[in-house]
Design a protein around this ligand. Structure first.
Ligand code: C5P
Length: 231
């Protein structure tokens, strides 16, 4: 049972969405030894920079540096060169940056022995919010289109919602990483997420890794919350 829980925890990336490095480190300490990975996003990075990545890696965690880069190819490339000097092992760019930007970013990451994901459609968006920004296609269609572009560019996988995981798995094959935020245990508050699923349902649909933030980080006991994600 303990072994099974550890295997499941290895599929979880806990999003350390804190604005103070001390709070992030405290939560990391409580998750130490669980087998999970950690994610540093914009909020924590804006406050603590790459030094927080170094401290989390020192604690033995694989770190996903989730800065969702979206700019012209040269700017993304130059920024990635700086970020790749960190201990993070996984990075991401917005697929909307286009084929050339993604290709150059993927080549750079692979030369450094690291992985790159493409963000498709944010899990906070739905059909209406996509139409608001001029994209008339449905969410699923847009996710598949962007994932196919990411594959052409040589990326290791995409970030999408669990709702698109099954179609992505069928389209992109077994080796493509499908990383899904928007994970909520049954009955939990969805907050600002629009396309959510339970951890078990997301895995069944074909997700490779689950990004879980508030359900773990805002729990009184984050380690227990991580272990109970599968109940
Ligand atoms: O707290 P919650 O579980 O909703 O956290 C979700 C995390 O996943 C946040 O850090 C957010 O930036 C990230 N994310 C997302 N949707 C994406 C990509 C990343 O919600 N498409």
């Amino acid at each position: 049972m303990a072994e099974e829980k550890r295997c499941l925890a290895e599929k979880v990336i806990v999003a350390l969405d804190f604005d103070q490095p001390e709070a992030a480190l405290q939560t990391a300490e409580r998750l130490r030894g669980s087998g999970c990975q950690l994610k540093v996003g914009l909020e924590l990075y804006a406050r603590a920079g790459l030094s927080i990545v170094a401290r989390l890696a020192e604690q033995g965690f694989p770190v996903f540096l989730d800065l969702k880069l979206h700019d012209i190819p040269t700017t993304v490339e130059k920024t990635l060169r700086c970020l790749l000097a960190s201990e993070a092992t996984l990075f991401d760019v917005h697929c909307l940056g286009g084929l050339e930007m993604m290709t150059r970013a993927a080549d750079l990451c692979h030369a450094a022995g690291k992985k790159l994901l493409g963000v498709t459609v944010l899990t906070s968006m739905n059909g209406q919010t996509l139409r608001d920004i001029g994209c008339g296609d449905g969410v699923a269609e847009q996710v598949l289109r962007l994932a196919s572009l990411a594959r052409r560019a040589g990326l290791d996988g995409v970030v999408a919602s669990p709702w698109e995981a099954a179609a992505l798995r069928a389209e992109c094959g077994e080796n493509f990483l499908i990383v899904t935020p928007g994970i909520r245990p049954a009955g939990d508050a969805v907050h600002d997420q629009a396309r959510t699923a339970t951890p078990a349902a997301a895995l069944r649909a074909g997700s490779s890794l689950l990004v879980v933030g508030r359900p773990v980080t805002r729990a009184p006991d984050p380690r227990a919350a991580l272990e109970h994600l599968w109940d």
